[in-house]
Design a protein around this ligand. Structure first.
Ligand code: GCU
Length: 416
């Protein structure tokens, strides 16, 4: 018995690293922690007005999030061209128009292509709100429609029999008929097209379209920064479409894409509603709780997601100058919705809820209302004020239940 335990420790010592602590799933073992106060300025003075928040506190906190968490996004612009390569005005039995748009990004003598898949309702009174969200497994995974082109990342796979190329293998995560029925549009792109999600993905990512000194440093962007940047490039195109209401843009992401959606919303104030679906560690869940996935764990598994500085906080999470409530607060006075799943303990549902609750005082500066109670609601009892939260039954996933709640919330925010 003993050797089983000793072997990994010996191995870790030989390799020069200490073994990682097991993940905690016991609420009674959550350490005591103090969250950084969102309404105390750097010099210790209280932040009491919306103006102070906007002019000083928000920019200061955003800078902390970039330097110690997500990395700085370069300010340079890349060239982007768009070409509608496919259009079907009679999609979904005539209820929607489907477009597929090729984005070509260029810079530093290189180009990278991505494909956006868009559905918007044919029956509309005026312009429509739009959900912008990445897919994990290619545009072809969202529906069995044979006309959907393979996303560039998947198009290049040498084995055409690869099960990943099966159409509609993630249809259940994309409630496209319901989205159209409720009068919304949806635009999705494969996140691998922007930054292939593996630790050697950088060389094929959009980072390489920018000058060399904008990446590779401890505080520069990596994959999450790139995905967030890509959401903004999608918004650039959407804003120019005659059917799209550019004042009603929502960015939604699941899991690692929930983290990216929150970072996109923090930086790009065109997103009026920012939705995190089961985003967990480095997304909506409070890091200081160290429940489920931890800062140490996420950086060791996914060294290419956050900026390198973030990994230095693995063993000293209380030294982080922010926690995830800081990220959520970047949306004020816009709207944030966080969703958890009961069985998704890895993502720490309670930590996701508590971070959302912490938004309250910042919203109050703007005369807005955060979540009404620090007591977590029961499953399937969504709470919607100027912020939203729900926990549903089941696992780590995106379901029709989640989509329906996001649209209830957007209806409320957009006065529909
Ligand atoms: C892993 C990872 C999470 C992430 C999730 C996902 O479980 O540890 O941080 O959110 O993958 O993206 O599905």
């Amino acid at each position: 018995m003993k050797t089983r335990h000793i072997a990994p420790i010996l191995l870790a010592c030989l390799l020069g690293s200490a073994p990682m602590k097991a993940q905690n799933y016991d609420e009674t073992k959550v350490p005591l922690y103090t969250l950084p106060d969102l309404l105390t300025a750097e010099d210790g003075t209280p932040v009491t007005t919306a103006r102070q928040w906007k002019k000083q506190q928000r920019p200061h906190l955003l800078e902390l999030l970039a330097t110690h968490g997500y990395g700085h996004t370069p300010t340079q612009k890349t060239d982007v061209t768009h070409e509608v390569v496919y259009e079907n005005k009679q999609a979904l039995g005539g209820r929607a128009t489907q477009q597929q748009v090729r984005f070509t990004f260029s810079g530093e003598g290189k180009t990278i292509q991505a494909l956006l898949l868009v559905y918007y309702p044919n029956e509309r009174k005026g312009k429509v709100p739009v959900f912008i969200c990445y897919n994990f497994k290619g545009n072809h995974s969202t529906s069995t429609d044979e006309n959907i082109l393979y996303s560039p990342y998947f198009e290049q796979l040498p084995n055409r029999q690869d099960p990943i190329l099966v159409r509609g293998n993630q249809t259940s995560r994309w409630s496209i008929p319901l989205i159209i029925e409720r009068g919304y549009a949806v635009a999705t792109m494969c996140y691998h097209d922007i930054y292939p999600d593996h630790k050697d993905g950088e060389s094929q990512s959009v980072l390489t379209l920018f000058p060399k000194d904008t990446y590779g440093k401890p505080d520069s962007w990596q994959a999450l920064g790139a995905w967030a940047w890509g959401s903004s490039r999608i918004a650039d195109w959407i804003e120019r479409q005659p059917w799209a209401d550019k004042k009603k843009l929502a960015v939604m992401g699941h899991s690692r894409q929930g983290k990216a959606a929150l970072w996109a919303g923090a930086q790009d104030e065109r997103f009026q509603v920012v939705i995190s679906n089961n985003s967990g560690c480095g997304g909506a869940a409070l890091s200081r709780r160290e429940f489920g996935e931890t800062v140490a764990k996420i950086n060791s598994s996914f060294p290419h997601w956050f900026c390198r500085n973030f990994s230095s906080y693995g063993k000293r999470v209380n030294d982080l100058p922010f926690d995830q409530h800081t990220l959520l607060a970047m949306m004020a006075p816009r709207h944030v919705y966080v969703a958890s799943a009961k069985e998704d303990t890895w993502a720490d549902p309670r930590g996701e809820f508590l971070a959302t609750f912490q938004l309250g005082p910042v919203y109050e500066l703007f005369g807005m209302k955060g979540l009404p109670s620090p007591i977590m609601p029961d499953i399937h009892r969504p709470v919607m004020t100027d912020a939203g939260y729900h926990i549903r039954a089941g696992k780590h996933d995106v379901t029709e239940y989640d989509w329906a709640r996001y649209m209830d919330f957007c209806d409320k925010v957009f006065g529909r």
